[in-house]
Every structure is written in C-alpha cells, then in structure tokens.
Design a protein around this ligand. Structure first.
Ligand code: AMP
Length: 333
C-alpha cells in the first residue's frame, strides 16, 4: 500500500514539476548576444549613447512572435533598470543576464557612409564582455530554438555545449570582426548550427569566393544546412541544398539608422519559426519576409526606438506591403 501511495505522489510531482516545466519550455526561444550602449552617426543625425546590442535587437523583434524569450547576456552597473523592465514587460526572461557591479557595459560606436549600406566601426569597448562566461540557467533547458546573436564565437559555442537537449533549430549570426580575429572558433561553431546569417561581404570573406552562389555552397559545406545572405537595402537570399529564394527589402522613404537591422531581421526570422514550430525551407521563406519586415521598422528611427512603438497591426500591414511588392501577373505567349 505504501508503495502505491509513493508511486501516486511520485507520478503527481513528476508531472507537475518535471513534465510540465519541460513542456512549458518546448516553444521557447533562447537568445544570446550583447546588450550594449552604442554611439551612432548617420548622414541624418548623431547619438552619443543609446541602448543597443545584438541580443537587445533580437529580443525586441522576436518578442512580437513568441514568449518567453530567454535571454543570455551580460551588462555592467550602468545598464538602465528601465530597459530591463521594458524587456521583461515584453516577455523576455533575464535570468541568464549577468549584471557586473564594477564594470561598464559593452560599448560600440559606428559611423555610416552616405549610402547607409556601409559603415566604419569607430570603437569596440568590450568592458564586461572581456571575461564573460555565459551560464545557461536550468529554467532555460529544453528550449526548442536557439538564436546565437553576434558575439565571440567561443561564447556561442559554450552555450551550445551547455544545453542538455539539442534545440530543434540553432541559428547563428556573426560578423567580419570575428572572422578577422577568431576564425578557427567561428568554424567550430559553424559545424554545430543549422542556419547561418551573414551579409554579402562577410559571405565572400568567409568563403573566399566572389560569386554568392559559390560562396553559399562552400559555407554550407562548413556545417549549416541553411544560409541567409543579407544584402542591406537590396534584400536577402536564402540558400538550402540546390534551392535559392530571394526576398527584397521594402523601399523606404525614411532611413535614419540601420544599426541593429541585421539583428532585428534575425529576431523576426527565428521568432516566426519558433511561433509556427515549422523549420521547413518553405516556412523559412516566410520567415525571411517577416525578418525583412521587422528590419524595415528598425531603420526608421535611431537605435531600437521604432521597435518599441510598433503594434501587431503595424507588423501585419508591413508584411502585406511586402506581398504587394513582389506580386505580379504575367502572361507568357
Ligand atoms: P547590426 O547593425 O545588426 O550589425 O547590429 C549592431 C549592434 O551590434 C549594435 O547595437 C552593437 O552594440 C552590436 N555589436 C557591434 N559590434 C559587435 C560585436 N563585435 N559583437 C557583438 N555585438 C556587436
């Protein structure tokens, strides 16, 4: 009899605490990257200190599609509590965000050229990032989606290695900075991810090929089965096996600041996939459109300001504009 009672309680507690906790996490998304202060100069204006960071932009974009977002990052004593509260309000869990009491947050500064497609990095102050050792909280285990935002490849790898169950999809963003100083680590991460996102010049640098088709083939041989090549105001390409899909960028009247557009694109892309739970090539085409729509908001104001304002209706309208942009009839005789 005692054994029966024990079995009953065991089954009950297992269900409530283990099974349900695990289930709650299955549709969640872990996002990894920087939370930062940026100084930005564009042909249209200048800001000396604005919230930025790859993980910040990813979280702002993805939280429109999926909750919770489980953030892994690091900030210093100077990162505003109001910003943390704003993210929490949007369903971003911050258990994995370390706060260092005696160091400053990561700081990045960039200046855009007149065409806004190219920029110079003026300052990269690692600060708290120098000895960052990301720890994946237990409550994050079992997440189905992992978005590795732009960060040191070694740290991206450390997060993958700490996960007890491999996520259904691992998406990775990176940049030329890491190709210059940590190429071997970057190649090691590449072997473990499903989707890589880079811009066209980074794809060329990584592969040593000028043709983006040849570059894509070489990069997919390095690990990721899917590759997204972003081309700024000229849209984005999605490669998988012998398939390729192209999505335009929306021609916008006002482009104030492209900072974070790549991360916002990534957030929209992975947010859509996590929301639908479908990781097919077909659904990734839709995800590219969603990512492009989110990025088009990002550039309309400095920093993440525009992303803070938009509503679900704004997002739906913007996605419809994309559909209109590429929708045409053709009569072939
Ligand atoms: P994006 O314009 O999409 O490339 O993202 C710009 C954001 O990435 C800025 O808010 C920066 O704080 C952040 N960032 C810049 N350089 C790096 C880096 N080397 N590692 C991680 N994040 C960075």
């Amino acid at each position: 009899m005692d054994i029966l009672i024990f079995a009953f309680y065991f089954a009950y507690f297992y269900n409530v605490f283990i099974f349900q906790n695990y289930n709650l996490n299955t549709m969640s998304l872990i996002t990894v990257g920087t939370m930062a202060f940026d100084a930005i100069e564009t042909p249209f204006g200048k800001v000396d200190k604005i919230i930025g960071g790859s993980a910040t932009y990813v979280a702002y974009a993805a939280s429109n599609f999926i909750k919770p977002i489980q953030q892994i990052s690091i900030v210093g004593y100077d990162f505003p509590q109001e910003e943390m509260d704003e993210l929490t309000k949007r369903g971003v869990e911050l258990d994995g965000v370390e706060i260092v009491k005696d160091k400053k947050s990561f700081f990045w500064s960039g200046k855009y050229h007149l065409d806004m497609n190219t920029r110079d990095t003026l300052v990269t102050d690692l600060n708290v990032l120098e000895d960052f050792n990301p720890i994946v909280p237990n409550s994050y285990q079992g997440a189905e989606f992992l978005m590795l935002g732009n960060l040191m490849p070694k740290l991206q790898l450390s997060v993958i290695n700490q996960l007890t169950i491999r996520p259904k999809l691992i998406v990775m963003d990176t940049m030329n900075f890491w190709m210059d100083i940590a190429l071997d680590d970057l190649k090691e991460v590449l072997r473990k991810v499903d989707v890589l996102m880079v811009n066209d010049s980074e794809a060329r640098q990584l592969s040593g090929e000028f043709s983006l088709v040849k570059a894509a083939k070489k990069i997919m041989e390095m690990g990721p089965a899917f590759l997204v090549i972003k081309k700024g105001e000229h849209g984005a390409l999605l490669f998988h096996e012998n398939h390729v899909f192209f999505a335009p960028a929306l021609p916008l009247e006002e482009v104030f600041d492209p900072t974070g557009a790549g991360d916002t694109f990534a957030g929209g892309f992975v947010g859509h996939l996590a929301k639908t739970g479908n990781i097919s090539f077909e659904n990734m085409k839709t995800a590219i459109i969603v990512g492009s729509a989110m990025a088009s908001f990002c550039v309309e104001k400095f920093g993440p300001n525009r992303l803070r304002e938009i509503t679900q209706a704004d997002i739906d309208d913007r996605i419809s504009e994309f559909v209109q942009l590429v929708n045409f009839d053709i009569d072939l005789v």
